[in-house]
Design a protein around this ligand. Structure first.
Ligand SMILES: [Zn+2]
Length: 80
């Protein structure tokens, strides 16, 4: 699956109690369609929406696989 620049990336991890603390790394995923029951993270995991805790900003332990798949900064703007 390829991503586009218009897709919205979200941060989330398994909610407290849904997994052991060591497995609650913070993943990146594209905003799923309305009504979706799960999300696919950039590292390839399928996580149930009901088990997710969304984060407004980076916190906790990041998932290395998701960081590798994360887009870089936008290219600098050039006027010429
Ligand atoms: Zn991940």
């Amino acid at each position: 699956m390829s991503r586009t620049d218009e897709e919205i990336l979200l941060l989330g991890r398994l909610r407290p109690g849904a997994a052991r603390e060591a497995h609650r790394t913070v993943h990146l995923f594209v905003l799923p369609p309305q009504g979706a029951s799960c999300v696919t993270t950039l590292c390839g995991l399928c996580l149930r929406c009901a088990d997710l805790q969304l984060l407004a900003e980076p916190a906790g332990m990041p998932c290395e696989g998701c960081l590798v798949g994360a887009p870089g900064p936008p290219p600098p703007h050039r006027d010429d």
